[in-house]
Design a protein. Structure first.
Length: 566
């Protein structure tokens, strides 16, 4: 088992020899390794004692000893870029629930991160972490220079690769490293003369505020007014394209701006009439599909689309335009279904004159369903028992075998299973799943065998509320838990692509259940309304009662090998 520098057992072998020089990291090719808990403890201790900027041209809104721990802990908790954290509004931080919303993602903060951000958020500025230099606009040159000063004070190499990007690598690869950070470590700044971070280009990025006799005049430079928007359709499209590319470069989730100008717009019809009636309780992914479709329709028309604009030619023109050049046929059919659903609902409410007549549907490639064999599945369970670390407070060597076996014996979707409370599993081994957490909106009960119940009992479920807890909220739980499943599949020497994740266990359940019983039983277990949907989950390679076409065709004549030709 790997160990930490203090001799205790750990989840990963962090830098046991402490921080290394930049030349050694460059020589070993490990400049993008995650920070170790000891290095992060020293970095946060340096941030807690960071002196304020005494520049006469600007007045800090919050003290540096509060700003830097809040910024560093925010990046560790969300894996967002520094530009994104500085642009996060103050309303995104919930003091009561201890959550931080970044785009469409809501993160449940660790107590250390919550305390750091709460100390930095006690101000009246609209931004959560207002940066008083550089005119509040990227690139933040002075921010990076003070980050180098922070690293120098902690005795860490202040090279460019050790800035905020390395914090994001640490948050992605080791999401629970904050549990090992010591927030009370004793800190003594590095002796010597610190580097002058305000030596070059100071006048370029700090603008002197104009003197005013008013007492409430801001001392820091006000933000520059936004550039005037172009009136032409091509100009607006170019601006939106630049903003989208900049957001993708910065790693900002695409936020949907809802603009309602007229009462008969299609967007207002969706937000006020369709969504409350037809999409109540739907996941956020479904709502985003509708909103992205309306956004692209606005880019095509140059304005918000009206209900009266709906026509077959308009939808065909939208789906075949350059806006969907990088989308496959499945994605285009999904957006097509969103528009047709809005159109039919508007016709039923007597807001549209006619129904859609002939909107072309794109041909999608039909993939054969693939499932795990029983040998492969038990190999996955075996390698899952070798995991090191904890997930949601449960050792992963107990967490993953119980999770995989429950998915195999129930065929549940992973999102429905991770929401199950401990009280949903009764003493007789019956697991209850309510309709609110199911895609088919129907209650189900599953009988778990003794082996699966023993695996669940090894996780000590009586010590927590959820049966399989995940330390992430919203949709932020998917990337880290999929990365862990991918590592398990790699260790088992099995395929680990996009189609080999949790849903393949659902196909495995359906295949082997249909092999032992029939398709009707598999359909009932999966909760499908039509047996044709269940056929898309059956891997016929493992159906022993299925005969292929080669079983009926005549065999070729066997040649007589080994005889000399005469």
């Amino acid at each position: 088992m790997l160990s930490n520098p203090d001799g205790s057992a750990g989840k990963l072998n962090y830098h046991a020899l402490g921080p290394r020089s930049a030349a050694e990291r460059r020589r070993n090719g490990d400049q993008n390794e995650p920070w170790s808990p000891g290095e992060l403890s020293r970095l946060l201790a340096s941030a807690r004692t960071m002196p304020d900027d005494n520049a006469p041209r600007s007045v800090p809104i919050i003290p540096a000893r509060h700003f830097w721990p809040g910024l560093l802990c925010g990046i560790l908790a969300t894996a967002a870029k520094s530009e994104v954290m500085l642009a996060t509004p103050r309303e995104a931080f919930n003091f009561r629930a201890g959550t931080l919303a970044v785009g469409y993602y809501v993160f449940q903060l660790h107590p250390i991160a919550f305390a750091a951000i709460a100390a930095a958020a006690r101000h009246d500025d609209p931004l959560l972490l207002p940066w008083h230099l550089d005119g509040r606009k990227p690139p933040y040159f002075m921010l990076f220079r003070r980050m180098k000063l922070l690293l120098w004070r902690a005795g860490l190499p202040p090279v460019s690769r050790n800035l905020f990007e390395r914090l994001r690598i640490t948050a992605r690869e080791v999401p629970d490293i904050i549990d090992d950070i010591d927030p009370c470590v004793k800190f003594s700044p590095r002796p010597g003369r610190p580097p002058d971070v305000r030596r070059r280009n100071n006048r370029r990025f700090i603008v002197k505020a104009k003197s005013s006799k008013a007492d409430d005049a801001p001392a820091y430079p006000p933000p520059k007014p936004a550039a005037p928007q172009l009136k032409s359709r091509r100009g607006r499209s170019a601006i939106e394209t630049r903003r989208r590319r900049e957001a993708e470069r910065l790693g900002v989730p695409q936020l949907v701006t809802i603009t309602i100008d007229r009462p008969d717009t299609l967007r207002r019809f969706f937000e006020e009439r369709y969504r409350p009636l037809r999409l109540l309780g739907s996941p956020e992914k479904t709502l985003n599909d509708y909103r992205r479709t309306l956004d692209r329709l606005r880019q095509l028309l140059g304005r918000d689309a009206l209900v009266s604009d709906l026509s077959d030619n308009l939808i065909d023109s939208l789906l075949t335009s350059k806006l969907y050049a990088n989308h496959g046929p499945a994605a285009r059919n999904r957006y097509r279904a969103c528009l047709l659903a809005l159109w039919r609902h508007a016709w039923r409410k007597r807001l549209a004159d006619e129904l859609p007549r002939d909107v072309e549907k794109f041909k999608e490639p039909k993939r054969l369903p693939e499932a795990w064999s029983l040998e492969e599945f038990w190999r996955i369970v075996e390698h899952a028992g070798y995991r090191i670390g904890r997930l949601g407070g449960v050792p992963e060597r107990h967490y993953w075998p119980a999770l995989l076996m429950t998915l195999f014996y129930t065929g549940l979707r992973i999102n429905a299973l991770r929401l199950r409370a401990v009280t949903d599993l009764d003493a007789n081994g019956w697991l209850s799943v309510p309709a609110e957490d199911q895609k088919q909106r129907a209650d189900q009960k599953f009988k778990l065998p003794e082996g699966c119940l023993a695996a669940i009992a090894a996780t000590d479920p009586h010590t927590r509320d959820l049966l399989f807890p995940t330390p992430w909220l919203g949709t932020s739980w998917k990337p880290p838990i999929l990365a862990r499943l991918k590592a398990i599949l790699k260790s088992a020497a099995l395929p680990h692509g996009r189609r080999d994740m949790f849903h393949k266990l659902r196909r495995t359940h359906a295949t082997h259940l249909a092999n032992e019983t029939d398709l009707a039983t598999a359909q009932k277990s999966l909760g499908h309304a039509n047996v044709s949907t269940t056929l898309g989950y059956i891997d016929w390679r493992y159906m022993t009662n299925h005969r292929a076409s080669a079983d009926f065709l005549p065999r070729p004549p066997q040649p007589e090998f080994g005889k000399d030709e005469t």
